[in-house]
Design a protein around this ligand. Structure first.
Ligand code: NDP
Length: 247
């Protein structure tokens, strides 16, 4: 049974990495995907590739730190496809550093994109899903949302927050038994994320970490698995990391 077929799926951070892979995989399984991010040209290229393969996709330029942009993204998706079945809050940044480096603007960026971005995504889509009496919100956290290590304090804090918000949402919405939630916590994945590490102290670590990374399609597969369950079944959390990754 394919429960992905014909679903309308909105994905933030879809211009690269996990978001791009998820959009392509879901489109190939019959979903109508709306790809959002700031880099419009890249979105258009990816949508072009999906459409070229004969599948359905649209792009929308949106910055997740803007609550207004998230509202416009939801409006665009509704106007284009008539409903929103799944909303994937995937956009994220990871400029990790030691707290003693005082890279305050990077702390703020992580809080804005990784936490507020998820909240603005929920604010944009939850009323629509409640009205539809159906929907699925998938939030991308991290293994760093399960444990802290040196240099990842702020990033980890944002990803712990994503898990707390998603679990709270699950409990609140379980009463209506109509809206599903999923937390996806990846380990090291081969994407552009490590390029957001600017701290000179951490750059070497980032290059080393990359050597054990897995394909973003592994995470896309996990997201597809959660979507592909019957409506009465909610996959609430998936932790997925390279076999070689200890922490
Ligand atoms: P990428 O850097 O490849 O993708 C990040 C995406 O987020 C891009 O599409 C980027 O698009 C988008 N983005 C960043 N800032 C904003 C913003 N302000 N508004 C809208 N979009 C934004 O990394 P990944 O694919 O790896 O990251 C996806 C998610 O997975 C993140 O939440 C990350 O924390 C999480 N994750 C990744 C892991 C990894 O090892 N790669 C491990 C654990 C979790 P654009 O710049 O065009 O706006």
């Amino acid at each position: 049974m394919n429960h992905i077929q014909s679903k309308v799926v909105v994905i933030t951070g879809a211009s690269s990495g996990i978001g791009e892979a998820t959009a392509k995989l879901l489109a190939r399984n019959g979903a109508k995907v709306v790809l959002a991010a700031r880099r419009e040209e890249r979105l258009q290229t990816i949508v072009g590739e999906i459409v070229q393969e004969g599948y359905e996709a649209a792009s929308y330029k949106a910055d997740v730190v803007s609550a207004e942009d998230m509202q416009s993204l939801a409006k665009f998706s509704l106007e284009r496809y008539g409903r929103i079945d799944v909303w994937v809050n995937n956009a994220g940044v990871m400029p990790v550093s030691n707290l003693s480096e005082l890279r305050v603007s990077e702390w703020e960026q992580m809080i804005d994109v990784n936490i507020k971005g998820v909240l603005y995504g929920i604010a944009a889509t939850l009323p629509i899903m409640r009205e539809q009496q159906a929907g699925h919100i998938i939030n991308v956290s991290s293994v760093s949302g399960h444990s802290v290590s040196p240099s990842s304090s702020v990033y980890s804090a944002t990803k712990f927050a994503v898990r707390a918000i998603t679990e709270g949402l699950r409990q609140e919405e379980s009463a209506s038994s109509r809206i599903r939630t999923t937390i996806v916590s990846p380990g090291i994945v081969e994407t552009e994320l490590l390029e957001t590490v600017k701290s000179p102290e951490l750059r070497k670590m980032a290059d080393y970490v990359r050597t054990m990374s897995i394909s973003p399609y592994r995470i896309a597969d996990a997201i597809a698995h959660a979507i592909n369950q019957p409506e009465d079944t909610s996959v609430n959390e998936i932790v997925i990391r390279p076999t070689a990754q200890a922490m």
